[in-house]
Design a protein around this ligand. Sequence first.
Ligand SMILES: *[C@@H]1O[C@H](CO)[C@@H](O)[C@H](O)[C@H]1NC(C)=O
Ligand SMILES: *[C@@H]1O[C@H](CO)[C@@H](O)[C@H](O)[C@H]1NC(C)=O
Ligand SMILES: *[C@@H]1O[C@H](CO)[C@@H](O)[C@H](O)[C@H]1NC(C)=O
Ligand SMILES: *[C@@H]1O[C@H](CO)[C@@H](O)[C@H](O)[C@H]1NC(C)=O
Ligand SMILES: *[C@@H]1O[C@H](CO)[C@@H](O)[C@H](O)[C@H]1NC(C)=O
Ligand SMILES: *[C@@H]1O[C@H](CO)[C@@H](O)[C@H](O)[C@H]1NC(C)=O
Length: 346
Amino acid sequence: MNRLFQLLLLFIHSCVSIHARVWNDTGTGTIVLEEAWTIPELSTQTGALNVSLQDIHNQRLTQMNENGIDYMVLSCASPCIQGISDPATAGAMAVHANNVLASQISNSTHRFGAFAALSMHNASEAAAELKRTVGELGFLGALVNDYQQSGANNDTLIYYDQPEFDVFWQMVTELDVPIYFHPRTNVATISTLLYAHAPWLNSAAQEFAATVSTHILGLCTNGVFDRFPKLKIIVGHLGERIPSDLDRIDTQLLSQLPLGMPMLLNVSTYFRQNLYETTSGNFATPLLRLHKETIGLERILYSIDYPFVNIPSGTAWVNGLDKVLTPKELWYLKRGGAIKLLKLND
Ligand SMILES: *[C@@H]1O[C@H](CO)[C@@H](O)[C@H](O)[C@H]1NC(C)=O
Ligand SMILES: *[C@@H]1O[C@H](CO)[C@@H](O)[C@H](O)[C@H]1NC(C)=O
Ligand SMILES: *[C@@H]1O[C@H](CO)[C@@H](O)[C@H](O)[C@H]1NC(C)=O
Ligand SMILES: *[C@@H]1O[C@H](CO)[C@@H](O)[C@H](O)[C@H]1NC(C)=O
Ligand SMILES: *[C@@H]1O[C@H](CO)[C@@H](O)[C@H](O)[C@H]1NC(C)=O
Ligand SMILES: *[C@@H]1O[C@H](CO)[C@@H](O)[C@H](O)[C@H]1NC(C)=O
């Protein structure tokens, strides 16, 4: 009986394992990495979006083929696990979602990769699940949807810029994988206070960037990058507005130094050493030019934000950049930067 059970576990394990990741650098198409997927248990979308989020091998793959996308990194649609306040439920759901994703892409690992979903209630448990998904499932890193909500009323917010998360960042550094910081919709307490007067500003127009940029600047000002100088964090939507405002941010933060701010360098420097941005859902050519100047093109990666943003609009934009970028720069934006950051050739 015991032996049978072991064999069963082994079988289940082999079903979800995608460790033998297939990748080779013979293609010329794009690589995109802020692309959402979900399972029925976690879906908050209705109608066509719900269907698109759960699909991988049908309309998603068809559009990838039609639009020259070689490789797509999938991650669990916001808020995913960050929307689950109960720690035990969150932990179990993260493992489940990761196993389902691994098994769904296991026959197409030359086209699809994955970022893990993580319960962030407990930093050591998050570290352990990251280690499992990278080591056993071949995942390329993780994507967190901003703060972890917690507590009976959902209004305890856990930020990963506190010292108790050092154990998590230590594991991230050891595994040498990037963590993507994706936005989320605020818990009711916050969104009522901030957006009830103008509810149209909920979600992508204002709320997302405003909320997640605070978390990212929290990592900077609390010295996380000083303690973990090799950390790689990816930020979507052309940097959630931060690189457009670096002058003012850096200048104003100087005045916080005498007040005990632990940050040793400045945000501009972290954007050249630790932070990467993608173009997901923000195809603004003038901004791309500015960011190329301020943070450097080697920090910028192409992405779309499917299915919230349609794939052909991304394709039209990125292909039109041949008027703005050299062929080598364009290759880096579309493909080369992702190969390097995700270590696809290693
Ligand atoms: C390289 O990729 C191509 C296209 O995806 C595939 O057909 C081929 O089998 C791959 N080669 C290796 C050695 O993995
Ligand atoms: C999304 O679709 C699944 C079935 O695929 C269904 O179980 C779920 O309730 C739907 N979600 C919403 C919010 O409609
Ligand atoms: C992979 O499996 C899915 C079912 O989970 C199927 O729809 C798809 O066609 C398969 N792809 C390949 C390349 O075999
Ligand atoms: C986090 O999880 C670990 C391992 O399960 C446990 O030892 C530790 O007490 C937990 N920490 C907190 C703050 O609950
Ligand atoms: C807490 O959030 C969950 C989903 O995020 C929701 O279903 C639940 O109603 C919320 N509870 C309270 C007390 O607001
Ligand atoms: C940020 O730090 C870099 C490196 O020390 C420095 O060159 C730059 O002037 C600083 N920027 C601001 C606005 O202080």
